[in-house]
Structure formats: C-alpha cells, structure tokens
Design a protein around this ligand. Sequence first.
Ligand SMILES: Cc1cc2nc3c(=O)[nH]c(=O)nc-3n(C[C@H](O)[C@H](O)[C@H](O)COP(=O)(O)OP(=O)(O)OC[C@H]3O[C@@H](n4cnc5c(N)ncnc54)[C@H](O)[C@@H]3O)c2cc1C
Length: 325
Amino acid sequence: MKRNIWVVAHHQITEIKPVTFELLDMANRLAEQIDANVNTLLLGTSVASLSSQLIGLCDHVYIFEDPLLEEYHYETYQQIFIKMAEKYRPDILLVSSILRGTDCFPRLAAHFNAHYVAGCLDLSYDPSTKLLTYHKAVYEGRAILEGTFKLDRMAVIMTRPHVFTPSKEKRHKETKVSILEISLSPIEFLTRRVSSIKTVHISLGEALVVVAGGRGMQGAGGFKLLWELARRLHGAVGATKAAVDAGWCEHRFQIGQTGSLISPEIYIACGISGSIHHLAGIQGAKTVIAINEDPNAPIFKRSDYGIVGNVFEVIPELIQEIDSL
Ligand SMILES: Cc1cc2nc3c(=O)[nH]c(=O)nc-3n(C[C@H](O)[C@H](O)[C@H](O)COP(=O)(O)OP(=O)(O)OC[C@H]3O[C@@H](n4cnc5c(N)ncnc54)[C@H](O)[C@@H]3O)c2cc1C
C-alpha cells in the first residue's frame, strides 16, 4: 500500500509562501524513494483559491476553511491535525518551523507517540535498511546530529526554513483538490489573543536578507540606520540580546540561542561581537558580512566578508552606494 506524506502549506493573503515549495520539493523526493502520495493541507479562513498555486506539485490538496482560523489558537489547530491524522493516517507530516503552530506539533507528536524531529536540515531514505536518516544542528550549531528511524509509526518533521531549494517543478500530471472532511467541536480556549501586531516588515524567519545590530549600534537611534539598509535590501532587521536587553528593540527581533534561528541568504552583522549564543542563531546563514571596528572581533571568524570600521560611517556609505545603483 502507498504511504502518505503530508505537507502543511504556509500562506499569506494571496500567496503560497516559498517555504511551502521547499517542503513540497523535499516531500516529492522522499515520495519517490518510499513510494508515497504527497498531500498538501491548506488551512485558513478563505484559502480555497490558493490551491491553484499547488497544482502539479502534489497528488492532492486538502482545503479546510473555518472562521475559527482567523486567529491562531493552538487548541483549534491541534484539533484539526489530530482529526486529520486519525482519518487520513499520514506516515510523515512535514511542516516548517516558521509556520504558526510551533507549539502545536510537538504536542501532536506526543499525542500519537510519533517520531518527532525539530530543526530538521535534511531527510533521506535508505531502501536497503528501510531507515529514514535526518540531520539537525545541536549544541548551538557546533555539531550536527544524525538520527535514524523506521517508518513504523507517524513522523512529525519540522524543518528549518531556507535549508531546501524552493522548487515549483510540476511532477504530478494530476492534482486533486478536496475539502478536508472533518468537523471541529466547540472548543474551550485556553489561550486568548490580547493584542496583535500589524506589520509591513518581512518576518525574520522568512527574510532572505537580515541586517542585525548589536551593542555597537549604540541605541535605538542607531537601529534606524539598520531599518534604512534593510528596507533597501528587502530584508528584515534583527538584534543581539544586548541590544534587546538595552530596550533598543523588542525581543521578537532577537537572534540566537534564546531568540530566533534564521537561515537567510545574506546576514549582515553590524556592531556585533559574535558570541556563541548569538552565532547559534545564524548557523543556517549562507553568506555572512560583518561590520565591526575591532579587527579581532570573533564575528569575523564566522564571516565571508568583513569590514573593519565604524558602523556609523560604513552603513551610510553602503546606503548611498545602493541608492546610486
Ligand atoms: C544563556 C544565554 C543566552 C543568550 N542568548 C543570546 C541570544 O539569543 N542572542 C544573542 O545575541 N545573545 C545572547 N546572549 C548574550 C551573548 O552572550 C552576548 O552577550 C551578546 O550576544 C553580545 O551582544 P553584542 O554583540 O551586541 O554586544 P558586544 O559583545 O558588547 O559587542 C559589541 C560589538 O560592537 C563593536 N562596536 C562597538 N562600537 C562600534 C562601532 N561604532 N562600529 C562598529 N563596531 C562597533 C565592538 O567592537 C563589539 O565587537 C546570551 C547569553 C547567555 C548567558
């Protein structure tokens, strides 16, 4: 019997987000190896029209719309995933760690006593041993853990964004689109949204370019320069714990061991020393550029390009240069 791989789609307004295409590419490669169908789950209040962007990329798109999904409550999502899993018996559920629901999937795995991998960097199958092998970063990224498991029960795999190539190769001649046939029961919410942040900025997890600042930016005023640079590069702004603790920006901007783990194409560290706690958050960054006035700052050891200089001179020059292009 064919196995089933399910991918949870990430979307925003009218767009399926690139991270979904990363997951689908991985799911399709794996499906060939383990002989599986690839299904995509599209959840939201009004998401049916987005299914057209998934045609050819999987065997089946399941849509579930409900006004309750307007706000994120893990209780609602938990219920959907449990009911979906009870009914459709996925062998592998693939989700991105940038999706809402990072609190939901470990619970889901525990509910089904499933295999669970967080921060997965890759996943492959060996037909001779019938084992799936995954890799994930551990000890603040200083080591890579290799783990294996048999598909003897469900596996919930949360992947790091930007680790896989987002491919839109149409490998499926036909893609069915159906409504996910489950019903939600009235829920006693344990969580309640007390406020929401409306932002036009690209989120740290998704950004391909991240411009981050540390104590060297010397204040909230210094961070304005970073926003200026990030805006020109269509990127996001991040910060060290030192900058967050000083109150120059909110904790949601913090990168590192106790902040976000990011994997952008380009990471620009401005006035950041490069502590292990901070570097733990940028293990997945492809190209690292550092600006620091101290030529011995540890950040330069992790950098592909280094500029020894004062951020208040270098960044305005960079901005000017970009503007002149
Ligand atoms: C348990 C634990 C968890 C932690 N988690 C995190 C975490 O998640 N994220 C995190 O970032 N930190 C974390 N930290 C803190 C971490 O250890 C460092 O203290 C912090 O990252 C340092 O931030 P910084 O680089 O901004 O500051 P500093 O280390 O003070 O470095 C500032 C740098 O700016 C340079 N500089 C100063 N002025 C200028 C200028 N005008 N132009 C150019 N360069 C200049 C200096 O040369 C220096 O290298 C954690 C610590 C602990 C103990």
